[in-house]
Design a protein around this ligand. Sequence first.
Ligand code: GNR
Ligand code: NI
Length: 150
Amino acid sequence: MAVLDIHLLGSPVLRERATEIAVVDDALRAFIDDMFETMNVACGVGLAANQVGSTQRVAIIDAEGQTFAMINPRIVSATGKESKEEGCLSIPQQYAEVERPALVRVKYLDYNGNVSELQADGLLSHCVQHEIDHLNGVLFVDYLSSLKRN
Ligand code: GNR
Ligand code: NI
């Protein structure tokens, strides 16, 4: 187990599109374990591989009592609109209201490589979408007007 360094805004890996994972093996699980340790030390509610310098398509979530890894996640439906305050471990001390679909269904492979599907609302929904954005090289500040971003 290891606590990994978190890349901050300006690091190019945060702008890369993470690539699909072909096999869920022990090496990937060891990396996910390190991601959990890193997220817990940093007191985050989610973490994407880009944030620790990897372009594997995996993110983890610990929000609203749900703790899980999402490998190759994809949103299969999104409805409604809701605004919530977001922060990001890669953009310390910056918080802003972000409007996103309120309810999403997401399909992914879990820690054991099994196909899973989750319906998320509230903070969990924002977290899932925030992490999938990271895997696409997108940061929450991209949704802000230039005035708010500055
Ligand atoms: O710690 C985090 N808080 C948070 C709050 C609202 C919506 C998303 C998040 S995720 C963030 C941790 C992080 O940077 N994950 O990528
Ligand atoms: Ni983030």
